[in-house]
Every structure is written in structure tokens, then in C-alpha cells.
Write a protein that binds this ligand. Structure first.
Ligand SMILES: Cc1cc2nc3c(=O)[nH]c(=O)nc-3n(C[C@H](O)[C@H](O)[C@H](O)COP(=O)(O)OP(=O)(O)OC[C@H]3O[C@@H](n4cnc5c(N)ncnc54)[C@H](O)[C@@H]3O)c2cc1C
Length: 260
């Protein structure tokens, strides 16, 4: 099974800062990591390869420094890594991002399964995986908490709010994973050495035959109009003292407000 995993480099913080003038993320001075859900996608791909054979290739669209995210994936044990990078991709929204990734996937050509994280912890839209499925005309399964390959079909358990759902789908397909699917492995020493020496391939807009009307800021039909922190509703209060005291105090306050 040949698997492509889409990974995104994100700021190592949930406290994402926004430039109020441009409404874009401030990335300067913030250390970067592989989007945590994408580490789960890499682990899922490596496990499927261990069970069924094949290859695992990771791709990321981003500036040159996103190559570091690819090196993390190499250290975890993937076979190949490709950076999709070009000034033309700057300012992409989810439409343009999923288009660009799907063009790169077409260029790679050989794939049975495309894995993504459920969502990126900075952009948080959860649109890119399904977007890739649409651009490539492939079946898509979101929120996967278990993936197996049986009798030529993919069997996926989906983690929904109240229940879990099991679906089957033919390959090729796009699947997005939740963090409950696995515990990502730590890079091995051998992997770290391989990552250090690895030369990362780069795909340009021209190489992937990107239609510039669907690329970058110009090809992005959405724009962020306003970003703001909503005001905190009501006031919060920290209780202190021994556990029994705090429980009694909490019960008293709840009774006072006729909540119990
Ligand atoms: C309207 C709008 C305007 C924006 N404008 C800008 C801007 O001007 N500048 C800017 O820096 N950002 C901008 N962004 C953010 C940027 O478009 C998103 O970061 C990007 O589209 C991915 O969306 P997301 O982060 O919500 O990913 P999600 O859809 O939440 O990610 C889901 C999964 O898709 C995959 N994935 C996502 N992005 C990538 C990637 N780049 N490479 C490989 N795999 C990926 C990963 O597997 C990830 O787990 C904008 C976003 C929006 C909605």
C-alpha cells in the first residue's frame, strides 16, 4: 500500500497571535512543530505499511523552513519527503491549499491512500483533508480512530460525538485521523541520522502545473475579515482550601444560584 501523508508545520503554541493589520498568523519568533494530529497520521501510515507493505511519503506545503517538519517525519521512519514550496503559494486559504496539495499528489502519481490530520492546531478549519478528496474525486472518511485494510478494502472506525461508526471504502481514498487513533512513535537514533543527511525534494508551482487562478492569495476565494478574542462571559473564581471545604463552598454557591 503506497501512502501519502500531508503534514503541516505549525507554531508550537495554542496561543496563536494574529497580526491585526493583515489578519494573518504571526509566525516570527515562535518555534515550530509538526501539527500533532499529523504525527498521528504518520504513525497510522507506518503501522499500515508494517502490516501490508508499501511506502510512506510525506508532503508539506509551506516556506523553506517547513523542511524541518519533513525531517521529523523522516526521523520517525517514512520513506520519502517532499516540500511543496513557491512564492506563488503564499497567502493560500483552504481552497488553494487543498488544490496545491492535490496537484502535488497527482504529480507523485502512485498512491493508494492519502492521510491527513483531523485539523491543524493553528488554522483549525479541518477543511484541507476533505478538500483534497474533492479535488482528486476520491472517497473521503473523516475522524478516523482505527484503520485496517481487509479484503482489498479499507475499514475505518470514525469517532463521532456520541457514537463510533465503522465504514468501508475502496482505495484510493482520503482519510483524516483523530489523536485517539494511536500514540506516535519517537524518532529512532538511526532515523535521526537519516533525517540529518536527507536532502529534501522540492516541488514548485510550475512543476506541479498549478493553475494560478487556484493558487496563493490570488486563487483564494475567502479572506479573513476580522479576528478577535470574544469577551469572557461572567466572572470566574478560584476556590481555595482543603478539598472538603472547596466542595462545600462550591455546593453553597450552586445552591445560591438555584443551579442545584
Ligand atoms: C480565509 C483564510 C485566509 C487565510 N489567509 C492566510 C494567509 O494569508 N496567510 C497564512 O499564512 N495563512 C492563511 N490562512 C491559513 C491557511 O490557509 C491555512 O493554514 C491552510 O489553508 C490550512 O488550513 P488549516 O490550517 O485550517 O488546516 P486544516 O484543514 O485544519 O488541516 C487539516 C489537515 O490538512 C493537512 N494540511 C493542512 N495544511 C497543510 C499544508 N500546508 N501542507 C500539508 N498538509 C496540510 C494536514 O494533514 C492537517 O492536519 C488563511 C486561512 C483562511 C481560512
Amino acid at each position: 500500500m503506497d501512502i501519502i501523508v500531508c503534514i503541516k508545520q505549525v507554531p508550537d503554541t495554542t496561543e496563536v497571535k494574529i497580526n491585526p493589520e493583515t489578519n494573518t498568523l504571526v509566525r516570527e519568533g515562535v518555534p515550530s512543530i509538526v501539527n500533532p494530529f499529523d504525527e498521528n497520521a504518520i504513525e497510522a501510515a507506518l503501522q499500515l505499511k508494517e502490516q501490508n507493505g508499501g511506502t510512506v511519503t510525506v508532503i508539506t506545503m509551506g516556506p523553506p523552513q517547513a523542511a524541518e517538519a519533513l525531517k521529523t517525519a523522516i526521523a520517525m521512519g517514512v520513506d520519502d519527503a517532499i516540500l511543496i514550496s513557491d512564492r506563488a503559494f503564499a497567502g493560500s486559504d483552504t481552497w488553494a491549499t487543498s488544490y496545491t496539495l492535490s496537484q502535488a499528489i497527482k504529480k507523485i502519481g502512485k498512491y493508494d491512500l492519502i492521510l491527513c490530520g483531523k485539523q491543524a492546531i493553528d488554522g483549525d478549519t479541518a477543511q484541507v483533508g476533505p478538500g483534497i478528496g474533492e479535488w482528486l474525486g476520491l472517497p473521503q472518511v473523516t475522524f478516523a480512530s482505527k484503520i485496517t485494510f481487509e479484503n482489498g478494502k479499507l475499514k475505518v472506525e470514525r469517532m463521532l460525538e456520541e457514537v463510533n461508526e465503522v465504514v468501508e471504502c475502496p482505495l484510493p481514498a482520503v482519510v483524516t485521523v483523530v489523536k485517539q487513533i494511536n500514540e506516535p512513535r519517537l524518532p529512532s537514533l538511526k532515523g535521526l541520522m537519516r533525517a540529518k543527511k536527507a536532502e529534501i525534494k522540492s516541488f514548485s508551482a510550475q512543476f506541479i502545473e498549478s493553475d494560478l487562478d487556484n493558487t496563493g492569495l490570488k486563487g483564494s476565494p475567502t479572506s479573513v475579515v476580522k479576528i478577535f478574542t470574544p469577551p469572557v462571559k461572567g466572572s470566574s473564581q478560584m476556590l481555595s482550601g482543603e478539598p472538603e471545604e472547596m466542595v462545600n463552598s462550591l455546593l453553597g454557591k450552586l445552591k445560591e444560584q438555584k443551579l442545584i
